[in-house]
Design a protein around this ligand. Structure first.
Ligand SMILES: Nc1ncnc2c1ncn2[C@@H]1O[C@H](COP(=O)(O)OP(=O)(O)OP(=O)(O)O)[C@@H](O)[C@H]1O
Ligand SMILES: [Mg+2]
Length: 265
C-alpha cells in the first residue's frame, strides 16, 4: 500500500479518531518502592509524543506497562479502544500485534538475512516456518517485507546477514520488521541511544517520518533534547513518578527542557 493510501486507511478508522491512549491513575511499585505514582494523560491519534525524564524516572516502566510487559500495580489504560488491563491472554496477544515496538536493543537474529528478519514481523499475523525464513515465506509476505526494507532505505541489503550491517542499519531493519506488523501505534524506547549522533538522528527522522506518512501515533523516548524538539508534536515529562510536563512541542525550547532536567530532586 502506498503512503497516502495507508494514511487514508488509518484516518477512516473510527477507533483512531480523537484519543488513542488514555491513562488514568497508573501506578507501579517495585518491592514497595514507588516508580509511577498515579499518572494521568492522553495521547491523540496521529500525534508524535516524546516521553522525557531523567534516568530512572520510569519512562521504560511506563512504556512496558502500556503493553503489559510489566503489570501495573493499579490504574487504567485504554489504548486502541481496548481496556488493556482487563484483556485475556488471547486478547492481549491480539492487542500487542497492533503495537509496533522499537527498543534500544533490537533483538534481530544476527545470522539471518535482513529480509528474513523483516519477515519475522508477520508473526503477529501468521505462525510456522513460513513466517521465519524469507525463502519459505509466501510471495505476498516476501514482497511486503521487501517494501518495508525499501521504506527504511535498505532494499539493496535484503539478502545480507544482519550481523554484517552497521548499528544504524540494524536499527533500520528492526524498524522495517516492526512495520511488517502493520502496527496502529508505535512505541520507541531510545531507538537512538546506542548509535552515533548522525545515525541516531537518521533513525529518529525515519521513525517520525514513517509514522507521519502512515498517520500513526508515535510515543518515543529519547535523552537527546534536540531530538525531542525536532521530532515530536507533544512532550510528556516524567518526574518523581508523576507527569509534570504535558505540553505541545511548538512553543517549547531547549532552555525550558534544560530547566525541566535541572529541577530533578
Ligand atoms: N523489574 C524491575 N524490578 C525492580 N525495579 C525495577 C524494575 N524495572 C525498573 N525498576 C526500577 O524502576 C525505576 C525506573 O526504571 P526505568 O527503567 O523505567 O527508568 P527510565 O526512566 O527508563 O530510565 P533510563 O533513562 O535510564 O532508561 C528504576 O529505579 C529501576 O531500577
Ligand atoms: Mg529506560
Amino acid at each position: 500500500m502506498n503512503a497516502p493510501l495507508r494514511a487514508a486507511a488509518n484516518k477512516t478508522d473510527p477507533a483512531l479518531a480523537g484519543s488513542v491512549l488514555s491513562v488514568s491513575q497508573l501506578a507501579k511499585s517495585f518491592d514497595g518502592r514507588i516508580v509511577l505514582n498515579g499518572l494521568d494523560f492522553t495521547v491523540k491519534a496521529g500525534v508524535a509524543t516524546a516521553l522525557i525524564g531523567a534516568n530512572g524516572s520510569g519512562k521504560s516502566t511506563l512504556m512496558k506497562c502500556l503493553i503489559r510487559l510489566i503489570e501495573p500495580s493499579t490504574g487504567r489504560i485504554e489504548m486502541l479502544g481496548q481496556d488493556v488491563l482487563s484483556l485475556s491472554p488471547r486478547g492481549l496477544r491480539a492487542f500487542r500485534a497492533q503495537v509496533g515496538v522499537v527498543w534500544q536493543k533490537h533483538n534481530l537474529v544476527p545470522r539471518l538475512s535482513a529480509l528474513s528478519n523483516v519477515v519475522h514481523g508477520v508473526q503477529a499475523r501468521m505462525s510456522g516456518p513460513r513466517a521465519w525464513f524469507q525463502s519459505l515465506a509466501p510471495d505476498t509476505v516476501r514482497a511486503e517485507a521487501l517494501d518495508c526494507l525499501d521504506r527504511v532505505g535498505l532494499a539493496d541489503r535484503a539478502l545480507q546477514r544482519v550481523d554484517s550491517l552497521s548499528g544504524g542499519q540494524q536499527q533500520r531493519v528492526a524498524i522495517a520488521r516492526m512495520l511488517m506488523q502493520r502496527p496502529r501505534i508505535i512505541l520507541a524506547d531510545e531507538p537512538d541511544a546506542s548509535l552515533d549522533p548522525q545515525s541516531g538522528e537518521e533513525v529518529m527522522r525515519l521513525l517520525s517520518g514513517l509514522a507521519r506518512q502512515d498517520g500513526l501515533t508515535l510515543i518515543i523516548i529519547s535523552h537527546r533534547m534536540e531530538h525531542t524538539l525536532e521530532f515530536s508534536d507533544h512532550i510528556l515529562g516524567l518526574q518523581q513518578g508523576k507527569i509534570v510536563m504535558d505540553r505541545p512541542t511548538p512553543g517549547t525550547d531547549a532552555a525550558q527542557l534544560r530547566r525541566f532536567f535541572e529541577h530533578q530532586e
